[in-house]
Design a protein. Sequence first.
Length: 403
Amino acid sequence: MKYEFCCPTLFGLEGIVGDELRHNGGLEDVRVENGRVLFSGDEQTLVWANLWLRCAERVLIKVGEFPARTFEELFEGVYELPWLDYIEADCAFPVKGYALSSRLHSIPDCQSIVKKAIVKSLSESYGVTWFEETGPRCQVQFAIMNDIATLYLDTSGAGLHKRGYRANANEAPLRETLAAAMVHVSRYRGRGAFLDPFCGSGTISIEAAMIAMNRAPGLMRSFDAEKWNFIDPEIWRQERERALDVIYRDRIYDITGSDIDPACVELSAANAKKAGVDHTVQFLQQDAGKLDLRRREGTLICNPPYGERLMDVASARKLLRSFGMTAFRSPMKQYIISSDEKFEEFFGVKADKKRKLYNGMIRCNLFMYYQPPEKRRRWRTVGSHGIGRGTPDSRKRTGDYRK
């Protein structure tokens, strides 16, 4: 059977998810929109997408779409959709959703109407008036935008960022899908050294190891759609076997995560073991501000404190300045995410390129440095005597490289 799918994404990751679907999944009908990626396929596509997509948040089946300017139109539109094709008599089918720029804006009222319309449709099909909802979960989602309602079924269950290896995290965890996207942007695929000097709970290094090993991110977890009767369980078994068969098991990698906090190092190592990559990545206790990176080559990706969740802004900027002094001289390609609007000023180097991303609800930039050290543009604050001092007029960007 042919399905229409929708993958919601974090803002800024839509193009990356589109690339995953085209290049890794071999799909042609891929449409990238703000906050989501649309595509079509069969049951095998559904299974593959859940197992392999690294940067999408979940995989939804589009059930139908129709105008909904009134509650009556919403009820009738939902009622007419083919729910019998998806929902068994014993399934649980909770409803959630959102409305934007539409005449229908009360989410609780919309939830209630969608639920009642589905119940009426299924009651007539199954000849019952009450549903116990004790069976497999079929999460219904609605999106009402510009008076157009779209109904979905969530095939994933828990978000795809929940890989299964991070039961515990530090105080400011980076979402796994965002970490994987940063590795994707860097084009790291296992060759050369890889370093995350602010490893926290190890997410970036673990995602890099999984990419290097060609390990499917969904291998360790289950999905709601695995229990749905209209999807042959043999497809799930076959796709999981294929995913296990293509893992690179005999290659050696140089992947390191480090942190000044020994508790973070211990947590990262435990998470790597749960992820099945503990033989691929190592974690060390080190102060990022004191690392000697002058002779190190490879790829550096990190998520230093911004002063949002860890530290205060002044302390985070002091740490950033210290780290920037050693990172500036390093030949490593560097990809650093931060929400600090003055990141480049305190890091001390003008980025070669920036990419807007969101870490949860925090707007960030991914600052990218891929030029050799002698071509990097130093950001100097002339006449300052401390962090943050000086005036805007005194800030000058220079292209000189000083050892």
